[in-house]
Design a protein around this ligand. Sequence first.
Ligand code: FES
Ligand code: FE2
Length: 411
Amino acid sequence: MDEFSAKRIKDGIEYERARNGPPNGFPALPPIPSARYVDTSFNDLERERLWKKSWLYAAHMDEIPEAGSYLLWKRLGSPILIIRGKDDRPRAFYNTCRHRGGPLVKDEKGRKTLFTCGYHGWSYDHQGNLVGVRDPRDFPDFDKTCLGLIPVACDTFGKWIFININLKAEPLREYLGPVAEQMAEFQPDRLRLAHKAEYAVKSNVKVLLDAFLETYHLKSIHLQTVDRFLDHLGTTIELWPNGHSRMTTPNRRPEWKDPGIAGLPELDSVGEIARENNVSYNIYPNIVCPPAPTGLPFIVFWPKTMNTMTLECVWFSPDWGPGPLPGVWNTRIANFERIIYEDTQFAPQIQESVESDGFKGIVLSYQERRIYHWHEELDRRIGIDDVPPEARVVPMLSPFIERPRFGRAAE
Ligand code: FES
Ligand SMILES: [Fe+2]
């Protein structure tokens, strides 16, 4: 991490610990309207303008290890095929044959030289070009070049594969801005996929996402776990452009090392801030990532219906050498799952409340302002004039979006 950013965080922690109230000039945040969680027209707008137009984490390159390796990705419903080409680049297409919509693949993952439709045998190469049509005599004057698979934008940040349904989206790096700069110390081009799990949660996706953007809840639901080693009163927050943000929470004892991860390989490029504190990124919209020198999870939030969601937890590790993942990871993941359980335990009840007449919106404090930032960005994506008035979030935080001295935000 650059010196400027490290100093910003250290000063921020000191400031947060010493303050007796919100900073001078920080506005009272209006409630987040309840309609955002239950209104079907808002939900439709969110789906069309946020989820279908955002860069979203899809997979890790280890999941498509060779040329022709593929996986089928359906987090947003539509079947999307991600293929590793001979040039080692991933590409994404709808798994939808241009003849009559037959599937090119049915398995969740595998490897193929050619992608041949199961219905009438049209075949496509790794770049999605239509290269074979059965009975060509019956398709006179046929221009195969116009009938390649329909692409989806696909790009990588390190070995992380992101996709975007919107082909006109800005380049991934530009979108990530400071996130990519700041996370470079975790060497995303060298991390290996260590573990994947997913959990079904009965709540709107935003109910749970909100919970991962603040540390105000540590003293209630993490009393026996996270709260024992983190001091939430020192949490310092940076709001960045495009809805991204980071919070850094100091360890109560910076020298304390988790014995549960002793002996695991460490990234020597990770600086003091992430070694001595708990750093947590929100890569907008749906990744929460608390990285450590010994590895990091992507906690990824996926909407399913308006009142159900899937929580995907994917772990990445520095290279552990030959052989299987070191056994100590079992304990690490079990400890992490306990925290995930704590974080998700109230989601179904909150959802019941959200759907009741007793829910009048969300009241947020200064230390919960990342949630407000997240929602403001959602309205920017939808187009603020298109958000139904009863669901709108009043723009408040633009003056507090930081323009760090790196990447795109440096202008
Ligand atoms: S639907 Fe694919 S070849 Fe007919
Ligand atoms: Fe939590």
